[in-house]
Write a protein that binds this ligand. Structure first.
Ligand code: WTA
Length: 668
């Protein structure tokens, strides 16, 4: 069994899940509301159809949900496994499907985006507006020399131009690489280099926690670090009006380049397997992985899941996904899924507590949001802030609630349903990854019963299961590794520029089977419960961070000799980064400030999101005889537990030394 193994590479069950057994014993399940079920987009038959003929099911969805420039005749080609080809002889354009066809069908007046800026400014863009803006931006990019197949890096706050920029790239078949605006210059630099991006789209800054925060200066710093050699142009949106440095010939204002461009542009039909985007994610090495997705299969599954997991009614619903476009959730469930489906959605630039902790609920009330999709961390934070804030607003428009990014503990799930959903809304706990491209495991509202804390069942057309060390499916009631045994339309097609890494990371643990990196358990009903990562990847506020990447950043600091990083349970963020560092003997460091220095150093190299919550200075690290750090023991320390079995340590006294060393200042 994987979860309590003493093998150092295995993870810990998520501690927030205490009470799981109790909850299962009580069998607290919410049956679908009959009225909701009668009007739901899908019914139970969808499972039998997909089970009977998975490929027929997906081919039918691809035809029904998308407009093809050339219809496909072939559904799946798996002969090049593990690289799948879906609908490969068809051609289409993502932006055409997301925008043009809605306008052509007479829906140009429907609102596509209700933008809410953090300072309170708003903009409304209909599908017709979006078509004009995306066409202009596509013409401007073409003018800057961007051709089909070229990569464009996007480093923007969540403003309409972010959506427009992504669609403009898709329109000309230039894969975009969105880099989260919270990442540092170093992180941006390495992503620009890896993707060989020729144009960067950014803004002067964005609003965050009540103040403008700079983006353009970070791009300047990234380009100065070397990627400037390959980047020809930087297109800059004026958002905050703050001062920016300017490189003549390279930098252009968005309003100069885009506003005057023609609003007529014909979308380029690309092959279904043409890359749509690259998105970097953390792996078990320091180097970020460029996960890339292609067009036809990705859009099919994005559209199907968005429509059916949230029971979207495009004519009447107002949908809001709180994710930033810097993450996969922002790609699939802010940009492609909702727009392909012709939905009306809210996008919000800022944080939930600006200007006060009622901001999110004000937004739900103001736009009469009916579908809300967010992360457990946010739900737990709101829980901490108290139910008076949501209760003081009219949230009665909500009818479906979604959760993503990490296991949601049953307490937070039931709070979400009761306080936010007013006890009437289905809650869908959706499991998926950057690599899977779209939701894979989730209840279907109106169809399946919901069980707090469990992502439950694979969606129709998805083959997910839990296996043991020998790749055998575990019986109900047992735990193991989460795997996907059949290809799915939105699956990643590889790691950009590194096919070997793709094979090694996902396909080598169990030959021929995709291993997701997560531990999971099947309960007595056969429902799946996610139990967190079993590799060295942490999940902080629903964001994947690599222990190795943070360790590399720490040892790059002149004061640090060695570092080990673990994810420790945290009530709000799920996991928090805890760093154990050994200082260099000759280091000129002030023990009072070294923790803060190192936190700032990690923020600079990777981004504030990767900052350790706690830095512990220790005299030694626990290592096996083969020199492998035993993170399990460090996690015990970080989570204030009795330290577990340390007999395989090369030097068994190290743990005592560490415990004593913890008298040293930390930032906890
Ligand atoms: C975790 C985010 C439990 C999981 C869309 C996965 C979840 C990683 C859930 C992917 C969920 C995501 N329940 N765990 N509903 N959703 N995860 O690539 O560990 O940023 O492997 O994609 O988040 O994170 P990523």
């Amino acid at each position: 069994m994987v979860l309590h193994d003493t093998d150092d590479t295995t993870g810990q069950p998520t501690p927030a899940r205490t009470g799981l057994e109790n909850l299962l014993a009580e069998d607290r399940r919410f049956a679908p509301d009959p009225e909701f079920a009668a009007q739901a987009n899908v019914h139970a038959e969808v499972y039998s159809w997909a089970n009977a003929d998975r490929l027929d099911f997906w081919a039918d969805q691809a035809r029904g949900l998308l407009d093809w420039a050339t219809p496909f005749t072939q559904t799946l080609d798996w002969s090049g496994a593990p690289v799948a080809r879906w609908f490969a002889d068809g051609t289409l354009n993502a932006a055409y499907n997301a925008v043009d066809r809605h306008v052509a069908a007479g829906r140009g007046d429907r609102v596509a985006l209700h933008f809410e800026g953090e300072p309170g400014d708003t903009r409304t863009l209909t599908y017709a507006d979006l078509l004009r803006e995306v066409s202009k931006a596509a013409n401007a990019l073409t003018e800057l020399g961007v051709r089909t197949g070229d990569r464009v890096a996007i480093y923007l706050p969540l403003i309409p131009e972010a959506v427009i920029a992504m669609l403009a790239c898709a329109r000309i078949g230039a894969p975009h690489s969105v880099v989260f605006g919270g990442f540092s210059a170093q992180a941006l630099h390495s992503r620009i280099l890896d993707a060989d991006a020729r144009v960067v789209i950014t803004a002067d800054g964005g609003y965050r926690r009540g103040a403008p925060s700079a983006l353009k200066s970070t791009v300047d710093e990234a380009l100065a670090a070397g990627s400037g050699e390959i980047v020809r142009h930087v297109l800059v949106v004026r958002r905050t009006g703050q001062d920016v440095d300017w490189t003549e010939g390279r930098d252009l204002w968005w309003h100069d380049a885009v506003d005057g461009a023609s609003d007529q542009h014909e979308a380029v039909a690309v092959e279904a397997e043409h890359p749509l985007f690259i998105l970097y994610t953390s792996g078990t090495t320091g180097k970020p992985k460029g996960i890339f997705h292609t067009t036809g299969g990705y859009l099919t599954q994005a559209a199907w899941t968005h429509r059916n997991v949230f029971d979207l009614k495009p004519e009447t619903d107002v949908y809001w996904c709180t994710a930033d476009i810097g993450w996969i959730t922002g790609h699939t469930y802010v940009v492609y899924g909702p727009l392909i489906n012709g939905a009306t959605q809210v996008i919000y630039e800022g944080t939930p507590d600006t200007p006060d902790r009622g901001r999110w609920w004000d937004i739900v009330q103001k736009y009469r949001v009916s579908i809300l999709y967010t992360a457990p961390t946010a739900i737990r934070t709101c829980m901490k802030w108290g139910e008076e804030l949501p209760s003081a607003r009219d949230l009665s428009s909500l009818r479906v609630l979604g959760s993503v990014g990490e296991p949601i503990n049953p307490e937070a799930w039931t709070w979400y349903r009761r306080v936010i959903g007013g006890d009437r809304t289905p809650v869908v706990d959706t499991w998926w990854q950057t690599e899977t491209g779209a939701i894979m495991i989730s209840p279907l509202p109106g169809v399946t019963a919901a069980k707090p804390g469990s992502a439950q069942v694979p969606l129709p057309g998805i083959a997910a299961t839990v296996v043991d060390d020998d790749a055998q499916p575990v019986p109900d009631g047992a735990g193991g590794y989460l795997v996907l045994t059949e290809p799915w339309p939105a699956m990643l097609r590889g790691v950009w520029g590194d096919e070997q890494r793709f094979r090694d990371t996902y396909w080598s643990r169990f030959p021929g089977i995709y291993f997701a990196g997560d531990g999971a358990k099947k309960d007595d009903d056969g429902d799946i419960w996610l139990l967190g990562r079993v590799d060295d990847v942490m999940n902080v506020s629903g964001h994947r961070l690599s222990t190795t990447e943070i360790e590399s950043a720490l040892v790059a600091h002149p004061a640090v000799a060695e570092a080990a990083v673990v994810g420790a349970a945290d009530d709000t963020t799920g996991q928090a980064v805890v760093a154990f560092v050994i200082l260099r003997g000759d280091a000129q460091t002030d023990p009072e400030t070294v923790g803060e220095d190192l936190r700032a150093h990690v923020a600079k190299l990777i981004g504030p999101i990767a900052k350790p919550r706690t830095v512990l200075v220790v005299p030694e690290l626990p290592k096996t005889r083969s020199g492998k750090i035993m993170r399990r023991l460090l996690r015990d320390v970080a989570e204030h537990r009795q330290v577990g079995d340390a007999t395989t340590l090369a030097d068994a006294s190290v743990m005592d030394l560490i415990q004593q060393g913890l008298a040293t200042p930390s930032t906890d």
